[in-house]
Write a protein of this length. Sequence first.
Length: 170
Amino acid sequence: MGFVSSFLVTQMGVRHVMCVEANPVLCEFIGRVHKANDISGVNVLNAVARTDGQETGNARFYVREPFWSSSLDQSPDYVKEIDVPEHQLSDLLSDFDANVLIVDIEGGEAHLFDGADLANVQKVYLEVHTRKIGMRGIKMCFDDLSALGFAYDQRVSCGGSVLFRRVRGR
């Protein structure tokens, strides 16, 4: 947690980074990682990004051990549940003027891009969670991104970590 954002700032020269994390404990940890790496100005938002058109309010987030198994999925074996503010994805992207997304949301990716406004986004790095969303969920995700003008890039994709690039001119 906090490694990717730290790498983007220190090694890639990215100047504007926002982390959206549902687990407040991990938000604090990300902040400590940034501080340890002498990184400032990274926005860490304790929230859940929602598909456009869904009502927002608070989401139930289920904390699990190990922490990377935590999700919005209520299936058993969670340690505790917490309420987390929700924001529509397009609003987050517009407000932040994001041009690259890195998405790892334990199954929430299946519907995330359905109707989203990704106008300024050029690349979407995505971890797909087959055990959570199945083949139909992967197809929905790929179809939604394709409909928004993105294509799968096999050169840098590997297994469940995939890159989509915006395709200009059809």
